[in-house]
Design a protein around this ligand. Structure first.
Ligand code: 5AD
Ligand code: SF4
Length: 366
């Protein structure tokens, strides 16, 4: 099949794309071809979810983490890092700012902790954010693997969406990225628990990882589909100085153009294949190119997570080298964002939760 025909099929019946077809799309390299791919994905985005960008103000609540993922800059084993945990009034202040900016929702993200004090703390923070915003702010959590009981508790407190990336759907690749005491099965099980607790569930993977093949990415796409995810958050892998994966594979992740293109293609093919989910245009894209998030919107993404963490903490929350915006404050981030969204001819969905249409449709079916 010629590329225009394949893309026509992808636009009209993307759910029917076969494995070899998905692989072919992910392997396009000619800039004229990838441009056509992005345009096809944009067409599907326009039809299925529209061209309003949904925002989630990102609050990086702390960098203490009980895990030791080989790729991550805030892993437990990184002794060179000043550890911090925001106090409740600080979180409330950042949420208030997101509310004043009319971002509509916030994400609380941080290293993984599951001690009782932390569980209480998060429940209290969720309740406080609901209270100070008069229920206006939607709340997404991104706090790792927890028990069903904890997920339920935080849901009852008022959180309604949860992000938990699988990182890699290939169990072998997962094992190469994590120490032996990190369990792939547990990670998968948690995605089921989140659904059981009532959340809109988001997951995703990193793209351009050491040893990752196109077949792995096709597996990832099939995993997204099989898990019936509402939201996808994924981005290119980027090395971090203190992460052992960087030393083990020094040649991987340094070709910024290649990483960026791989990330954008994966967004586009995900849009064509899954259709009506929310897809984040992530900060990792922006780390690779100043206009990376705009390119993500043009490739099919429809969610942006502007950082609302106080500037003084940003440098201590670097998952990878070259995190953008660490010297900026939230109003500067907001102005930049306004301009960048307008530059691609889109508008921001201010003051809305911006839930995934897929979630609403699934609930109507059930
Ligand atoms: N490069 C890209 N993404 C990373 N993350 C962590 N470390 C890196 C890295 N070096 C991502 C993981 C995690 C999310 C919070 O950040 O996918 O789930
Ligand atoms: Fe901790 Fe998440 Fe980093 Fe893993 S990726 S070390 S769980 S913050």
């Amino acid at each position: 099949m010629r590329l225009p025909e394949l893309l026509r099929k992808a636009v009209d019946n993307g759910r029917d794309l076969t494995r070899p077809e998905l692989r072919r799309l992910l392997e396009l390299t000619d800039p004229a071809d990838t441009q056509q791919l992005f345009e096809a994905a944009y067409e599907v985005k326009r039809r299925e979810v529209g061209c309003l960008v949904h925002l989630r103000g990102l609050i990086e609540i702390g960098n203490l983490c009980s895990k030791n993922c080989y790729y991550c800059g805030i892993r437990r084993g990184n002794r060179r890092l000043k550890r911090f945990q925001l106090a409740l009034p600080e979180i409330v202040e950042m949420a208030r700012e997101a509310d004043e900016f009319r971002y509509g929702s916030v994400v609380l993200q941080g290293g993984e902790r599951s001690d009782a004090a932390f569980v209480d703390f998060i429940a209290g923070a969720v309740e406080a954010i609901k209270r100070i915003s008069g229920g206006r702010l939607g709340i997404t959590l991104s706090l790792g693997e927890q028990s069903l009981e904890v997920y339920r508790r935080w849901f009852a407190a008022g959180a309604h969406r949860y992000l938990l990336r699988l990182e890699a759907s290939n169990p072998e690749l997962y094992r190469r990225l994590h120490p032996a005491d990190h369990s792939y099965d547990q990670r998968l099980a948690c995605l089921g628990l989140l659904r059981q607790a009532g959340y809109q569930v988001g997951s995703g993977v990193m793209i351009g990882l050491p040893t990752q093949t196109t077949d792995d990415l096709v597996d990832d796409l099939e995993f997204f589909r099989r898990t019936d995810l509402d939201m996808i958050g994924m981005g290119p892998y980027l090395p971090h100085d203190q992460a052992p994966l960087t030393a083990a594979y020094p040649e991987v992740g340094n070709d910024r153009g290649k990483q960026l293109q791989a990330g954008l293609k994966m967004i586009a093919v995900t849009r064509l294949y899954l259709r009506d989910v929310n897809i984040a245009s992530t900060t990792a894209l922006q780390a690779l190119a100043p206009n990376g998030r705009e390119l993500g919107l043009l490739a099919g993404g429809n969610v942006i997570m502007p950082n609302v963490t106080a500037t003084r903490y940003r440098a201590s929350y670097q998952l990878y080298n070259g995190k953008p915006g660490i010297d900026e404050n939230s109003s500067e981030s907001r102005e930049k964002l306004e301009k960048s969204v307008a530059s691609v001819g889109e508008a921001i969905d201010y003051g809305q939760w911006g839930d995934s249409p897929h979630f609403a449709r699934r609930n109507r079916r059930n």
